[in-house]
Design a protein around this ligand. Structure first.
Ligand code: 76R
Length: 246
């Protein structure tokens, strides 16, 4: 029997991906468009004005066909996440912004590398990571992943020590990119279709590509990781988004 590792949970996360339905947008009258844009502006203002102790928010423009936008919310209460998505859905812009994908998870730190640190210390030192501000970086990448459960490559049947060793090596590779890439790991066991969400922040997609490629050769990823769809794109501000609808 594999022995579970203790996890420490922080804020809830909602990755709310949206696609802009330009046909619907074009079908609106000029008056309806102006009203929809004004309301969107008010909503973005509300999303962005969340205080550092109450949550955080990021907006990104997703490249390619899988989505156009990502509204990323971190909040202590999952009910608030529901209200935030409903706020957009029920607004005049709601029907224009369909939802090709979404992801529900919680900021998660595992204790593989936290030996010898007391519970109190963990919560104080790690508060910043459990209740994360959005890193100041120009690009964002998101994908969900599982740890494999297949024959000899069953993560959940390996010993805790073996997993700790694997995570240590994982951390060593990750740490090489410390200056360039910031990860926020969210756990989604029982909350969504995959086991973890990986949200990476960097000033360009290049270090993200290099990091993920290098990690593929590391045993923790090479033997044990299965990946879902990848989403990547630049962060944008409200003005840039609103200008798309002008
Ligand atoms: O938390 C820490 O910084 C300590 C070391 C560490 C842990 C425990 C760490 C470091 N990660 C941890 C946990 Mn990570 N991480 C991923 C991916 O693409 C892939 O192959 C996997 C996706 C990336 C790119 C990445 C980056 N990490 C985890 C977990 C939870 C596993 C569990 O609990 O069983 C997952 C799923 C995961 C996946 N990792 C780092 C990074 C980077 C860049 C670091 C270094 C952070 C730094 O030192 O600044």
């Amino acid at each position: 029997m594999g022995e579970p590792i203790e996890t420490i949970e922080g804020w809830y996360a909602l990755h709310d991906f949206r696609r802009i339905d330009w046909n619907r947008w074009q079908a609106l009258s000029p008056g309806e468009r102006a009203a929809a844009r004004d309301e969107l502006s008010a909503i973005l203002e509300e999303y962005q004005s969340v205080k550092a102790d109450d949550g955080s928010f990021a907006l990104a423009s997703i490249l390619g066909h899988k989505a156009d936008l990502l509204f990323l919310h971190f909040r202590p209460d999952p009910k608030t996440l529901g209200e935030l998505e409903l706020r957009l859905d029920r607004s005049p812009m709601g029907p224009v912004l369909s939802r090709p994908y979404s992801y529900v998870s919680m900021v998660e730190l595992s204790k593989y590398l936290a030996r010898g640190i007391s519970e109190d210390q963990i919560h104080t030192t790690l508060k910043r990571r459990l209740e994360p501000a959005i890193p100041d970086a120009q690009y964002l990448c998101f994908y969900p992943m599982n740890k494999r459960r297949q024959g000899q490559d069953n993560w959940y049947m390996t010993s805790r020590d073996e997993r700790r060793e694997l995570m240590k090596n994982h951390g060593v590779i990750g740490h090489k990119y410390h200056e360039q890439v910031i990860q926020i790991i969210t756990g989604s066991q029982g909350l969504d279709d995959w086991e973890w969400g990986v949200t990476l922040f960097a000033d360009s997609p290049l270090p993200i590509k290099k990091l993920i490629y290098e990690m593929r050769f590391d045993e923790a990823s090479a033997r044990f990781a299965d990946f879902g769809p990848f989403y990547v794109g630049p962060r944008i501000d409200a003005t840039t988004l609103l200008a798309r609808f002008s």
